[in-house]
Design a protein around this ligand. Sequence first.
Ligand code: AMP
Ligand code: ZN
Length: 127
Amino acid sequence: MFFDAVVVFAKKDSMDCLFCRIAKREIPADIVFENERVLAFRDIQPQAPVHLLIIPKRHIAGLNDITKADDQLLGEMLNVARELAKKEGVSTDGYRVAINCGANAGQAVAHLHYHVLGGRKFTWPPG
Ligand code: AMP
Ligand code: ZN
């Protein structure tokens, strides 16, 4: 019963989630990479010449929601970031991988995503 409730809750979460819906192809996106676990697509409002989002296909709301069991998945997502940065031609000049977590960081979509930004110079610290 408890587990049924958890499953129903998780399903509802992903039904309402924009990035889950992109992963399920219910909403179109410019997809640049996909495997069984990970999806990458272009940000709809790019903040740099290259602006990709890398997500786990499984719904994880954000960085506060990961566990040790996700170590491999998160590492895989970083490797996808590295490979796509190379493919997009921004590896040599440099690029930024960012995760916004929570309100103060400006997280707008509650499904974990790495931003991969490149093709221009970035400032530090970020605004
Ligand atoms: P964050 O503020 O870290 O949650 O980033 C969410 C990102 O998702 C923003 O950069 C948005 O431009 C991007 N975004 C929102 N809707 C879409 C969409 N339908 N397809 C692609 N990117 C999106
Ligand atoms: Zn989701």
